[in-house]
Design a protein around this ligand. Structure first.
Ligand code: HEC
Ligand code: HEC
Length: 331
């Protein structure tokens, strides 16, 4: 099935999308007694519990340090650390609320029983690049492998080395608390087939190295589109509305339009305004971003090198502008 991901069969796909959307939404609507058939993005992020496998490869300290930087930029700590209850780094337990129920980031420390201690590097690469568990089952896209799939081989390798360097924590991952039928992991095979195609980021030779680095930071590491791009009924991000914002963001928050549209996006922000936001969370009118973006700033963007920050800002300012007013309209 996974091998079929790349083959475009638009009509058939459309049919399956509709069928799948109905299969997902109809029972959802009933369960939640809501008249609206709505599968927002994080929604389709159903999940289960990871039981793991495989030993480590030697890593130089330098590669481990680089891996730590990837870990920060990709926000791994955010979902895999139970900060609220002062849980240890990457030991799991953080609750991620979705319309389907609560997911919990699993323990990704090298503990052999409860973490990734028995995984091989190949297991890790398969999880990140293909969304496939060591047992062959699929991950729920609440784990943004859909973005991480674009990471380079080198970054995945360094990231793995960094994860191996963390202190192992013997703490079981918490089972996701999601309703039937969403907890059926095999449904994710169909979801992947329809909505996901794997493959590392491809450099666009027509664009500058800075633009390409910015695109990589935004798409493969920062996974900004997982929150800032609206999703279709099946919970997949809509490429034509890339970064155009949504009212159905994580934890029910509105996520602003960050395309360079001057009225509804960030078109009037200077590069300095953007840099301030990414370093400190402060917006041009002196406010501070809240919700999940405060976490993104704390865990990720405030730790970027100046060169990466500059590349990211240059790239964001060159994204196709899209008019979409998220703030004005009430939910
Ligand atoms: C938005 C939240 C989120 C972010 C960010 C995130 N993860 Fe996860 N991750 C999850 C969830 C939820 C699962 C469980 C998915 C499932 O059960 O299908 C998961 C699963 C995993 C797994 C599989 C674990 C297992 O036991 O099978 C690995 C490995 C992993 N994440 C590594 C990472 C790394 C490395 C990063 C940073 C590059 C990262 N994650 C960022 C939410 C997240
Ligand atoms: C986990 C979800 C999430 C991720 C990932 C995320 N954002 Fe955000 N972002 C938000 C939310 C929610 C807000 C609104 C915060 C508020 O209103 O206080 C926001 C606000 C912003 C703003 C301010 C826009 C405005 O008009 O006020 C910018 C710029 C921004 N994000 C850029 C980014 C970039 C670049 C990335 C990737 C590096 C990113 N975001 C990743 C959720 C996210």
């Amino acid at each position: 099935m996974a091998g079929a991901v790349d083959s475009p069969r638009p009509l058939f796909r459309r049919f399956v999308v509709v069928a799948q959307a109905l299969a997902f939404s109809a029972p959802l609507a009933l369960l939640r007694k809501t008249p609206r058939l709505q599968l927002s993005g994080f929604a389709l992020a159903l999940l289960g519990v990871g039981l793991l496998v495989g030993p480590a490869a030697a890593q130089t300290p330098d590669a481990t340090r680089r891996g730590g930087y990837i870990f920060d930029l990709a926000g791994c700590a955010g979902c895999h650390t139970d900060v609220k209850n002062k849980g240890p780094l990457a030991a799991g337990g953080r609750e991620l609320k979705t319309p389907f129920g609560a997911f919990y980031g699993p323990n990704i420390t090298p503990d052999p029983q409860y973490g990734l201690g028995r995984w091989k590097e190949a297991d890790f690469v398969r999880a990140m690049r293909h969304g496939i568990r060591p047992d062959g089952n699929r991950y729920f896209p609440v784990f943004p492998y859909t973005s991480f799939a674009k990471m380079s081989d080198e970054d995945l390798h360094d990231l793995w080395g960094y994860l191996r360097s963390l202190p192992p924590v013997a703490k079981p991952s918490r089972r996701h608390d999601i309703g039937f039928p969403f907890r059926l992991r095999f449904l994710q095979i169909g979801w992947q087939w329809l909505n996901f195609s794997t493959g590392a980021f491809k450099v666009d030779p027509a664009k500058s190295p800075e633009w390409n680095r910015g695109a990589y930071v935004v798409q493969a590491l920062g996974h900004c589109g997982e929150c800032h791009t609206p999703r279709n009924i099946a919970g997949a991000t809509r490429p034509s509305l890339y970064l155009a914002g949504t009212r159905d963001g994580p934890e029910g928050s509105k996520v602003p339009n960050i395309t360079p549209d001057p009225e509804t996006g960030i078109g009037k922000w200077s590069p300095g305004d953007l840099a301030d936001l990414f370093k400190s969370g402060m917006t041009p009118d002196g406010d501070f971003v809240g919700a999940t973006m405060a976490e993104v700033v704390r865990n990720s963007t405030s730790k970027m090198t100046d060169a990466d920050l500059k590349a990211m800002i240059a790239y964001l300012r060159a994204v196709p502008p899209f008019r979409n007013d998220i703030r004005a309209v009430a939910k």
